[in-house]
Structures are given as structure tokens and as C-alpha cells.
Design a protein around this ligand. Structure first.
Ligand code: RI2
Length: 320
């Protein structure tokens, strides 16, 4: 959901509470919020404008740590503030960059769908996990091409994003099996292909995605079922080239166990990581909007499509 009427604080809270979720949607919502905020800022000087926009960017960046789409998107628009030009021109350059990011982000999902559908054959059974617009774009495009496909979609404890997925699949008229997360190994032999999204992809091709993705990839590996990751180029994490790790968000315990139940279990600690990391060796292909690559080529995306270079390291926001 991108809502131009939401304030910066409302968007930040929406991302934090997962009312706005999904790595691509988070990125677009953050950029939209910055764009709206920039337009309403009464800043008199360029320095004032930059300072307030940095505060706004920091607020959004602090919401969720794992999806690298968020800092990548924020960085891509905040770069326009570095130009040494009059305030009015900086304002319009920022606005243009924000609109361009949002348009290219939605365009990327369509392209991924187009490319990804080519990997789904008539009669295939596809397993997916969580609710990824990029992964769903592939599945829906294959279905719209007239291929008779069937889907296994997981429930996705504890936030049940699987419900969003099965609603979408149902609306498209795609035959779908809804399974609990722990039933993945039971059904993996019925799947021809696994397609999932990504929150972050490291320079060595490892994929951070919704918790439960790594066990699916492991089961798929054992069953000799291909695992395809559908991810826009801005899901690749440039700072992993410098040795940074992907921070894995651990969300509130109450998402797993109600507080009143937890209160009766003083020796029990609930662990609730929102993501896990699938090693590159369990990923067959990453489909981006610029084509499909093996995970071992992740660095090329960071270098050639994000324009990442070590010089940027010292610029403002580069380590946001
Ligand atoms: P798209 C989601 O995270 C899921 O992990 C999903 O696979 C990933 O973002 C990518 O989603 P969450 O926000 O960008 O539900 O492909 O924690 O929509």
C-alpha cells in the first residue's frame, strides 16, 4: 500500500508494525513518504532542507533492519541532495528521483514476472512461501499465459502472510493448496519448482527471506527440486561486499505466544526471527528485472546495476 496522505511518522509506524510489508512495498512506501515530506518542508536553505530530509530518512531506515530494499531505495533518492545546486532545483531533482524509483520498482516486478513465467512449464506445480509480489508475478504471469499450474502456498507463521498469497492466487483462479509450514517436506515431491522472493541477497548469492525459506530450500535440494528466487536488483546488499552481514530482525515474542500465556511460562524464552538465510548452494537461479543470474553472479548486479563503488562508502547515507 502506498498512500500519499500518510505522514512520515505514519509510514514509519506502518512499516514497523508490518501494516506496510514486503520488501518492495516497504521501499516504495518509504520513497513515497520522503517525497511527500520533501514537498511539504518549509526549509529556507539547502542546508536546512538536507538536515530535515536526513532526519526523515533516518526515521524510516530505523523501522526494519533486514530488507535491504529500504536503505537501497532511500539511498537512491537521498543522493540527489548532494548536488551543489539551488534549493528549488534540489527539490525538483528529489521529486523526480522519487517518482523514477517508484516507477522502476513496479516495472521491475512486471519484468520479473515476464522472465519468471518462462521457467514455469505447462502442468507445473509451484511451491511458494510468504507473500512476495515478485514471486507471485512469475506465478500469475504463467497462469495468464494459459499454463495449467497449481501452487502449494505455506501459512507463514507467525504473521500468516500466506493468507495474502492464497487470496491473490484464488482471485486469479489458480488451483492452490494451503499448507502449514511444517508440511513442506511432505509435499515437496509434488512440486516441480520452488519460487520465493527475497529481502536481501549478499555478494556471495545467499538469500535472506522470510523465516522458513531455508528449510524449504533444503527440502527442495534433497528432492532435486529447483529453487528460484525472484528479486529486483535493489534487493542485493552492496555493503556485503565490505563484509557487512545482513541483520536478521527478531520481532516481538507476542507475535508467537500471547503475553498472558508467556507470563505463565517463566522458563520459556520465545525466539521470533523474521528471516533466515538460504546459502547460495541451495539456490538455482535468481530472476531479476535485468535477467536471470546464478547466485554466484550477485556481485555483478551490485557493481553494474546499483553502480556501487568503494568511493561511495564515505558519502552521506552510504552506510545507512
Ligand atoms: P516482495 C517479505 O518480508 C517476505 O520475506 C517476502 O518474501 C519478501 O518480503 C519479498 O517480498 P515481510 O515484509 O518484495 O513479510 O517480493 O517480513 O514483495
Amino acid at each position: 500500500m502506498i498512500d500519499a496522505d500518510m505522514t512520515l511518522e505514519e509510514t514509519a509506524e506502518g512499516i514497523r508494525s508490518m501494516g506496510i510489508r514486503g520488501a518492495g512495498r516497504i521501499a516504495r512506501a518509504a520513497v513515497e513518504a520522503l517525497d511527500v515530506h520533501a514537498a511539504s518542508l518549509p526549509a529556507a536553505t539547502l542546508d536546512e532542507f538536507r538536515a530535515e530530509m536526513r532526519r526523515a530518512a533516518d526515521l524510516l531506515l530505523a523501522t526494519r533492519p533486514t530488507a535491504v530494499s529500504l536503505p537501497n531505495a532511500v539511498r537512491s533518492v537521498m543522493r540527489t541532495l548532494e548536488a551543489d545546486i539551488p534549493l528549488d532545483e534540489v527539490r525538483s531533482a528529489f521529486h523526480e528521483a522519487a517518482r523514477a524509483f517508484i516507477a522502476s520498482s513496479t516495472g521491475a516486478v512486471d519484468r520479473i514476472g515476464e522472465f519468471g513465467a518462462r521457467h514455469i512449464r505447462d502442468g507445473d506445480v509451484v511451491m511458494t512461501h510468504c507473500n512476495s509480489e515478485a514471486a507471485l508475478a512469475c506465478i500469475v504471469a504463467a497462469h495468464r499465459q494459459g499454463k495449467a499450474i497449481e501452487v502449494f502456498a505455506t501459512e507463514v507463521r507467525p504473521r500468516n502472510q500466506g493468507l495474502l498469497t492464497i487470496r491473490r492466487l484464488n482471485d486469479e483462479g489458480i488451483p492452490t493448496n494451503y499448507i502449514v509450514d511444517s508440511a513442506v517436506r511432505t509435499f515437496i515431491n509434488e512440486a516441480d519448482l520452488v519460487i520465493v522472493g527475497a529481502d536481501a541477497i549478499t555478494v556471495n548469492g545467499a538469500v535472506a527471506n522470510k523465516i522458513g525459506t531455508a528449510p524449504i530450500a533444503l527440502a527442495a535440494h534433497e528432492a532435486r527440486t529447483n529453487v528460484v528466487v525472484a528479486a529486483e536488483t535493489y534487493k542485493f546488499a552492496p555493503l556485503t561486499t565490505l563484509g557487512d552481514l545482513i541483520p536478521i530482525e527478531e520481532r516481538p515474542a507476542a507475535e508467537v505466544l500471547p503475553d498472558e500465556v508467556a507470563a505463565t511460562l517463566p522458563h520459556v524464552r520465545v525466539r521470533n526471527p523474521a528471516f533466515d538465510v538460504t546459502p547460495a548452494e541451495y539456490v538455482d537461479l535468481i530472476i531479476t528485472e535485468v535477467g536471470a543470474i546464478p547466485p554466484s553472479m550477485a556481485w555483478l548486479i551490485i557493481r553494474d546495476y546499483q553502480g556501487w563503488s568503494i568511493e561511495q562508502f564515505h558519502r552521506p547515507f552510504e552506510r545507512a
